[in-house]
Design a protein around this ligand. Structure first.
Ligand SMILES: Nc1ncnc2c1ncn2[C@@H]1O[C@H](COP(=O)(O)OP(=O)(O)OP(=O)(O)O)[C@@H](O)[C@H]1O
Length: 263
């Protein structure tokens, strides 16, 4: 089932007279409701790929199609959650989410409906209690929760997550991973997540897209994670399918496509 299609995408960046080819012939079809992770060594082009899907970066060749329509600009149907939350510091938690909701639903929903929708999404990430706080008054994990609420509140067809838990400590990260699994189960959104964390990729994903090293990075392999849902991290520790999936990703990254630091 083709919901999102990445079709023969190349991406080159031009700096003066020098051209760097970052992505080469990326092809991927993602189904509605799928949770897909993209993993690969630093600098291979993961964020570039996500930005292309978001419509923030134009392709050099090929196309991205969502439900058959070409993507070439940002839109609320493809919400992005960044690693560094990107909340506006002078606005409260509530107003940060309201900004997105008013932009997307300003004409369709009444003021009362918009209020209910903002609170619904804050409650979904367990942040309703902190609605009047400003970003500086809440923890990193809480800021990420608000960023996720803001993304979800736009009712996107696809939620794009760019290392959403990368800056968090291990325990906070685990809590947020559990939350995102619950949200995915409840809402059935299509999610595409960049991560450097092999365990995170296996725990959350239906498929893991493994990228080769750049320049001219490609999709090296795509792994199906055949673990039943709901998934519980403690149960998975000794699960054979989990262990095999983890090993396959580790082998790809550290044997077949080892990262060689530039001298
Ligand atoms: N706007 C740009 N202009 C020129 N080069 C760029 C631009 N954006 C990214 N690049 C280059 O493209 C390559 C891929 O960058 P990208 O951020 O997509 O990698 P990544 O896999 O997400 O890295 P990381 O895991 O470290 O976040 C890098 O070499 C980077 O320098």
């Amino acid at each position: 089932m083709s919901y999102l299609k990445i079709d023969h995408v190349d991406k080159r960046f031009q700096r003066g007279t020098a051209t760097t080819e970052v992505l080469k012939d990326i092809n991927l079809v993602i189904g509605k409701g799928e949770y897909v992770s993209v993993i690969g060594h630093s600098g291979c082009g993961k964020s570039t790929l996500l930005n292309i899907i978001a419509g923030l970066t134009p392709v050099s060749a090929g196309a991205v199609l969502l439900e058959g329509k070409e993507v070439n600009s940002p839109g609320p149907e493809r919400a992005v959650v960044f690693q560094n939350h990107s909340l506006l510091p002078w606005l409260t938690v509530y107003d940060n989410v309201a900004l997105a909701v008013n932009k997307v639903f300003g004409r369709q929903k009444s003021k009362a409906e918009r209020h209910d929708w903002i609170m619904h999404n804050l409650d979904l990430v367990q942040m309703g209690h902190a609605k009047d706080k400003r970003p500086a008054e809440i923890s990193g994990g809480m800021k990420q929760r608000v960023g996720i609420a803001r993304g979800l509140a736009m009712e996107p067809k696809i939620l794009l997550l760019d290392e959403p838990f990368g800056a968090l400590d291990a325990l906070t990260r685990a809590h947020l991973q559990d939350s995102i699994m619950q949200i995915h189960a409840a809402l059935g959104n299509t999610m595409i997540m960049i991560t450097h964390d092999v365990d995170e990729a296996v725990l959350l994903s239906d498929r893991i897209v493994m990228m080769t090293n750049g320049p001219s990075a490609r999709i090296g392999e795509v792994l199906d994670v055949r673990l039943e849902r709901p998934r519980k991290r403690l149960d998975l520790v000794a699960d054979r399918t989990y262990i095999a999936a983890r090993e396959a990703v580790l082998k790809f990254l550290y044997e077949r496509h080892r990262f060689v630091e530039a001298a």
